[in-house]
Ligand binder design. Sequence first.
Ligand code: SAH
Ligand code: MG
Length: 217
Amino acid sequence: MAELTYPDLDTYRREVFAREDELLKSVMPGAAAQGLPRISISPESGKTLYLLAKAIEAKRILEFGSLAGYSGIWLARALPDDGRFISLEVDPKHAEVSRANLAAAGLADRTDVRVGAGAVLMQGLVDEGPFDLVFIDADKENYPVYLDFALANTRVGGLIVADNANGHGHAHEALDAGDGRRGIQEYNRRVAQHPRLISNIIPVGGWLAVSLVVETD
Ligand code: SAH
Ligand code: MG
């Protein structure tokens, strides 16, 4: 019988398929030391975003919600040299940490972290699209608003991806009117039914809702 190499299946999966290099490993501990919350995507989600961006040969990627640049590093690493990654972040301190981490990853030349509310900044981005991939991971109330922008500004064959699609474990429940997670429920309902999207959940981390943009007939 073979020796047990990994303590559990999750560790096995992470070590074999979503192993972080030293830089990625250092990003969230470093951010936490600067007072940022540890709410980045998981390594499995990062590897999934990287794979999806590579699969469609993404050259222009837009992100809502940078935090410390953890997801940004995974996404921007999928870009070719002339690719472009724009990330919208409302908190100036988060944006600063994110920029520093993207620079440490050698990605400063192709990345652009902009400070402001996503729903406001996105309006100035129409001319910088269409995007190949839009990753939504900011305030959950506004997921439907970000979806409207993504639907209008993602190329056919591109992807719209949202993190935390399981609503922090509550997407299946009746939620109070003021609960931001209702934004996720509405987002999920819309992408699942939209005639221009083929959507499914990839249940890594807090679940990624993945939508392929297609032509209508
Ligand atoms: N994508 C990151 C995690 C993002 S956490 C990663 O996985 O590494 C969510 C981020 O969205 C936080 O940094 C928060 O400040 C930011 N945010 C919250 N409301 C926002 C808004 N209205 N516009 C832009 N960013 C916002
Ligand atoms: Mg998230």
